[in-house]
Write a protein that binds this ligand. Structure first.
Ligand code: C2E
Ligand code: MG
Ligand code: MG
Ligand code: MG
Length: 278
């Protein structure tokens, strides 16, 4: 719309923009109904021990079972939820729902990863919410990993570090998601109370074929080891990527090669297999 204004400064009414605003408002209203009407569901993607491919846990990924449009991935609604603030109650619901599942699935070493949004991370009630939800579920806090992104740390690094410490005191583990896609300062990375680095799919896709990407992953794995953090590679789709990441010493993996995000019943089928002890 801005570009068009250059050519036609009198175009005050932009039909395209109007349409997108209406959709936005409609989407918000529909999402509020969806939240109370229990249209959101959580799917779970396997996380595996990279050398053995054994299941060590899952990542909770929200979907919207839309009455007309079918099952919607987060890309269709997560930004709107973030902008409207609805992400806070939605995120709280995802946490409660996934911990309820974890209580059913709990066995030694099995972990649940849950994504936090920027708004949730800034919410003053976050730490008490997480504490109360953990208590309600009865699961061992050490089995919960909360995922945050680099961009959430940038705005106010001191406040963010305080929040991370407060979450850590609850006994949960913390992961940096999509690592490498934001602006990470190596200087603060070493001071952050973080347990896990999730290497973004952008570096995994070509890890077996591109020397630059291989060198980058190698550097991130080395850095993580020096900082006593663990690494998870995201978006592994091929055997060649798996082999390359294994050789580079990456600890855990996630991707379509090992399993897509699926409904809880499908995860239960995998749980019948023995899980690694730690
Ligand atoms: P993410 O946390 O980085 O999750 C990984 C995404 O990569 C998931 O997309 C997953 O389905 C996809 N993926 C996993 N393996 C592969 C693979 O091998 N190839 C490809 N091409 N993709 C793979 P999904 O479920 O669409 O979620 C997208 C993003 O939405 C997530 O990225 C996360 O940032 C956000 N999200 C999902 N659920 C929640 C939630 O409950 N709360 C918040 N705040 N954000 C969420
Ligand atoms: Mg994630
Ligand atoms: Mg990710
Ligand atoms: Mg990613």
């Amino acid at each position: 719309a801005a570009k068009r204004q250059g050519r036609n400064a009198y175009a005050l009414f932009d039909p395209e923009m109007y349409a997108s605003l209406v959709n936005e408002a409609q989407l918000r209203a529909e999402m509020e109904t969806a939240l109370t009407g229990q249209q959101f569901v959580v799917h779970y993607q396997p996380v595996v021990d990279l050398p053995t491919q054994r299941l060590t846990g899952v990542e909770a990924l929200v979907r919207w079972q839309h009455p007309e449009r079918g099952l919607l991935a987060p890309q269709h609604f997560i930004d709107t939820a973030e902008e409207s603030g609805l992400i806070v109650p939605l995120g709280r619901w995802v946490l409660r729902e996934s911990l309820r599942q974890l209580a059913r699935w709990q066995r030694p070493g099995f972990k649940m990863n849950v994504n936090l949004s920027a708004r949730q991370f800034q919410d003053p009630a976050l730490v008490t919410d997480v504490r109360d939800t953990l208590a309600e579920s009865g699961v061992d806090p050490a089995c919960l990993t909360l995922e945050i992104t680099e961009s959430m740390l940038l705005q106010d690094i001191d406040a963010a570090t305080d929040t991370l410490h407060a979450l850590r005191r609850l006994g949960v583990r913390l992961a940096i998601d999509d690592f490498g896609t934001g602006y990470s300062s190596l200087n603060y990375l070493k001071r952050l109370p973080v347990d896990i680095i999730k290497i973004d799919r952008a570096f995994v896709t070509q890890v077996a074929t591109d020397d630059g990407d291989k060198a980058l992953v190698d550097a991130v794995v080395g850095l993580s080891q020096a900082l006593r953090m663990q690494t998870v590679a995201e978006g592994i789709e091929t055997d060649d990527q798996w082999t390359a990441l294994r050789r580079l010493g990456c600890d855990f993996g996630q991707g379509f090669l090992f399993g897509r995000p699926v409904d809880p019943a499908s995860i239960e089928l995998l749980l019948d297999e023995p899980l690694p002890a730690a």
